[in-house]
Design a protein around this ligand. Sequence first.
Ligand code: MG
Length: 216
Amino acid sequence: MHTVNLDGTNIPVGKIVGIGRNYAEHIKELGNQVPDKPVIFMKPANTIIASGEKIVIPPYSNDCHHEIELAVLIGKDAKGVSAEEALDHVIGYAVALDLTLRDVQNTQKKKGLPWEIAKAFDTSCPLSAFVPAKQIADPQKLQLKLTVNGQTRQDGNTSDMMRTIAELISKVSSYFTLEEGDILLTGTPAGVGRICSGDKLEASIEQVGTLQVSVV
Ligand code: MG
C-alpha cells in the first residue's frame, strides 16, 4: 500500500490520473495539437517516491524527461461533479514530477498504442508531502520551478493552465469516479527535457513545497 503525507497524516493512494497537454507553450515545444478534450492517462501507485529518494530510469529508454506538475489530492468521491463544486473534493496540493520516457512514448504514439510503459515505471512519480487545500488561497496562481543541477529548466505558473483544476476534475469525473486518495497531475509547463544518471532535481511550487530527487 502506497501512502502520501497530508499535514502529518498518511493517506492511502488510489489511482493517479495524469493530464497531458494542459499548458499551451508545452504543447508547442513537443509539436503536439491542442486537444479539444483533456488528454487523460494513469500512473499506478507503484510509481510514487518521496523527496530524497532516487529515480531509476529503465534500461529500455535513453530519453527520460522531467515534467513538474501541481498534484491535487482528492478527499471526497467525485462522480459527475460540476466545475463549480469540484474544488470541494480537493483536500491537498503537492509538488509532483510526471517522469516520462519520451522516446518510448513517441514510439507508442506513432503506433497508436497506450503510454503506460512510458509513464508508469517504478519511481516515475516523485511527490512532495501534501499541504492542506485550505492553506492555498488560489491554486491557479502558483509559480512552479524545476532546476536540474542548479540550472533552471522549467519556470511556469498555474495561471497558464488551459483547463483549470476545477474544470479538469469535472471532466475526469464525467468519465470515471475520482475517489478519496486519488491524485490528479495537472500537466506541465514548457521546458521539459532529458535527465541523466547523477542529475539532481529540485522542484518547487510556491506555498506548496519543494521536492528533491536524484537519478541513480
Ligand atoms: Mg505530464
